[in-house]
Every structure is written in structure tokens, then in C-alpha cells.
Design a protein around this ligand. Structure first.
Ligand code: ADP
Ligand code: MG
Length: 355
């Protein structure tokens, strides 16, 4: 994991706004041929020729979306890029450029922002994304980060949420629930630390969960992989709010229903064991946990043979006529209506399911 920088504390006022921008962005140099002009003018200039341009933006607010008590700033910068890149990949597109805007209170020294930008730069490098601009301003309390991501896709490749058809297969990448359980582990450690600042946390067995929370990886690999397999999804979305709410988004946008099979939902063994420890139902966590940044998509039945052996992909259900509704088929073979639980409605998550 990343190191936290310690020691030096340079007040933001020593650099001033322009000095700060210069300081934070001087090592960003554009790599992509589509970036004509990056940082340093009134606006960036990009050239996607005759392809479709994808644009998406997200705002992260301290105390709402992240807690600096356990989120190192370098991780925050990395994650902020991932959150946006994931939305671009969910369009079956390639993420190419980002702009980064920050509002920051003067309780943050320059070194803290250097950490944030080190995370942004690392993510940009690993995901082949150019940082082409942003804005910098002060805030009276806390830190806000807004990232806008741009991407590109061939016109025929773009996948919307609205194309799913009855009988299409519902497919998910990776595994679900780990990021949410990582957050539970970190929250618990924060409480332990508050009670006893000398307590040494032993988090070894939770490494995968904590990494999924603090350093998520967006599925850059999936759009090219699908292309190679000769599969164009009929609809796609990224999983930021939990499987249940994303299935519902696809269904509503495509005017179809869905049957989702509980026993097919991919869970890492670490999620299963931590759910036992916390006495939480792991299906509930996969359905409503969120922050997985995996992709959920639908494909025609005819494509089944092309995806069935792929270790990255799991078929978890199928689409139905809209009138049939949206259901979870449990292990006990009962049918439960899917309900959307977004980011602010997690209160009953800790209650165990009674099936
Ligand atoms: P303007 O006055 O036109 O808003 P700025 O002085 O804010 O210009 O920005 C100068 C350049 O630095 C622009 O290219 C802008 O996109 C970039 N920039 C400003 N803040 C940031 C930031 N936090 N991260 C990355 N680039 C930034
Ligand atoms: Mg500006």
C-alpha cells in the first residue's frame, strides 16, 4: 500500500493559487495523440477524429464520500480517478483524459495535496489517461474533489443502459461486496483506535477487502476483452451502488424484468468469512454494498459460449418481460422482489436476511 508523507508542513498561502497549480501539475505530461493541448491554457484541446466522445463527472466530498481518518490522500486521489474511469468503461469505451478540480481548506498543507496528486498521477499512468486541466479554489471546510473523465469509442461500440432484451443473460465481472466489507473493517478499527490509540490493528486477513475499499481498480480490461471475444453487450452499467440498484437501472432503462440467482453471485472467500464474523448476510452485501466498480452487462443468449469459460465473467441471471418484474431467486428457491438501496439507505444492511 501507499506511504503517508509525514514531517514537512508547507502552508498553502506560501505558494498561492497559481504557484500551487504549477507545483501540483508540473510533472503531468500528456501521452495520448488525442491530447492536443493539456494543462496551461484556458482550456484543453482534444481530437477524437470521427469517434464518439464520452464525458462523465463525479464530485467527492469529505465527510460524505470519504473519511480522511482512514483514507490516505494518495489512495483518495487514486480512487477518485477510478470512480470516473469506471463510468467510461461502463459505456464500453476507453478512458483517455481527465480534469481534476479541488476545493481545499487551509488546514491542508501543500504536502497533503502532493499526496493526493501522487495518487492521481499513479492512476493516470497505470490507466493510460492524460490529466488535461482542472480548477483550484479554497474551501471553508474540508476537501472537495471533482473529476471529469473523457473517453472515446467507435460509434458502433458504445453500450447504453437501455438495450437489454428479454432472455438476455445478465453477467457480472469480478466479485462483489469486498469494498463494503473493507469499509466495515476500517470503521471498526477507527472505533477501536478512538477508544485506545495505542492499539495495534492486525488487518492481515482483511487485506483484499481493505484494498478493494481504498484502492479499487476500474475494469479497463473488459471493453477490449469483450471485443476480442466478439461480444457486444446489449446494455452495461458499472457497479457503484450495489448489484441490486444497478440491475434495476438496466431494467428500468431497457423496459425489461430480471431474475437474479443468489447462488450465482460471485463472492470472494474473504467476503464470506468476514460476513460470518460481522454476522451479516453476504448476499445482502453484494446486493446493496456498493463501491465494487465491477461491470454489469447483458448479452444475447447466442453469446453464451463465448463468455462461459471466462474467469472474469459470471452469468448471474437473465432478463425477462417487464411485467414479470425484478427478482432475486434465493438458494431456497423463493422469489424476492429486488429493491434499490442507494448510498444513503444502508440502515437495515446489518439486519440478517431471514431466508
Ligand atoms: P483559469 O483562470 O482559466 O480557470 P487556472 O489558472 O485555474 O485557469 O488554470 C490554469 C491551468 O491549470 C488550466 O489549464 C487548468 O485547467 C489547470 N489547472 C488548474 N487547477 C488544476 C488542478 N487542480 N489540477 C490540474 N490542472 C489544473
Ligand atoms: Mg481556474
Amino acid at each position: 500500500m501507499f506511504d503517508d508523507s509525514q514531517g514537512m508542513k508547507t502552508n498553502l498561502s506560501e505558494l498561492g493559487e497559481f504557484g500551487l497549480i504549477e507545483h501540483l501539475t508540473r510533472s503531468f505530461s500528456p501521452k495520448l495523440t488525442s491530447t492536443i493541448k493539456a494543462i496551461g491554457d484556458d482550456a484543453a484541446v482534444l481530437n477524437f477524429e470521427n469517434k464518439y466522445t464520452i464525458v462523465t463527472t463525479d464530485l467527492l466530498v469529505e465527510g460524505v464520500h470519504f473519511d480522511l481518518a482512514y483514507m490516505p490522500l494518495k489512495h483518495l486521489g487514486y480512487k477518485a480517478v477510478m470512480v470516473n474511469a469506471s463510468d467510461v468503461y461502463a459505456m464500453n469505451a476507453k478512458a483517455t483524459q481527465i480534469t481534476v478540480s479541488i476545493a481545499v481548506s487551509n488546514r491542508f498543507p501543500v504536502e497533503a495535496l502532493e499526496e493526493l496528486y501522487a495518487g492521481i498521477q499513479l492512476a493516470a499512468k497505470l490507466y493510460n489517461i492524460d490529466v488535461v486541466g482542472g480548477d483550484t479554489t479554497s474551501s471553508t471546510s474540508g476537501l472537495l474533489i471533482s473529476i471529469t473523465a473523457l473517453g472515446v469509442a467507435d460509434k458502433d461500440d458504445v453500450v447504453l443502459r437501455s438495450g437489454a432484451k428479454p432472455n438476455d443473460l445478465l453477467v457480472v465481472t469480478g466479485d462483489l461486496g469486498a469494498a463494503y466489507m473493507g469499509l466495515q473493517v476500517l470503521e471498526r478499527e477507527k472505533q477501536v483506535f478512538k477508544a485506545n490509540p495505542n492499539a495495534q490493528p492486525d488487518l492481515d486477513q482483511y487485506t483484499y477487502l481493505i484494498e478493494r475499499q481504498l484502492k479499487p481498480e476500474a475494469r479497463k480490461d473488459i471493453p477490449p476483452m469483450l471485443k476480442e471475444l466478439g461480444v457486444k453487450p446489449t446494455s452495461m452499467i458499472d457497479i457503484s451502488d450495489g448489484l441490486s440498484s444497478e440491475v434495476i437501472h438496466i431494467c428500468k432503462n431497457s423496459q425489461v424484468g430480471a431474475n437474479l440467482y443468489e447462488d450465482k453471485i460471485p463472492l470472494d472467500p474473504a467476503v464470506i468469512s468476514v460476513c460470518e464474523e460481522f454476522d451479516i448476510n453476504s448476499t445482502t452485501i453484494a446486493l446493496s454494498g456498493g463501491e465494487d466498480y465491477e461491470l454489469l452487462f447483458t448479452v444475447s443468449q447466442e453469446d453464451y459460449d463465448k463468455i462461459k469459460a471466462n474467469p472474469n465473467l459470471t452469468v448471474i441471471g437473465h432478463m425477462t418481460e417487464e411485467e414479470e418484474g425484478m427478482h432475486l431467486i434465493t438458494r431456497a428457491n423463493t422469489k424476492i422482489p429486488l429493491i434499490a438501496r442507494g448510498w444513503n439507505s444502508m440502515e437495515d444492511k446489518n439486519k440478517k436476511n431471514e431466508d
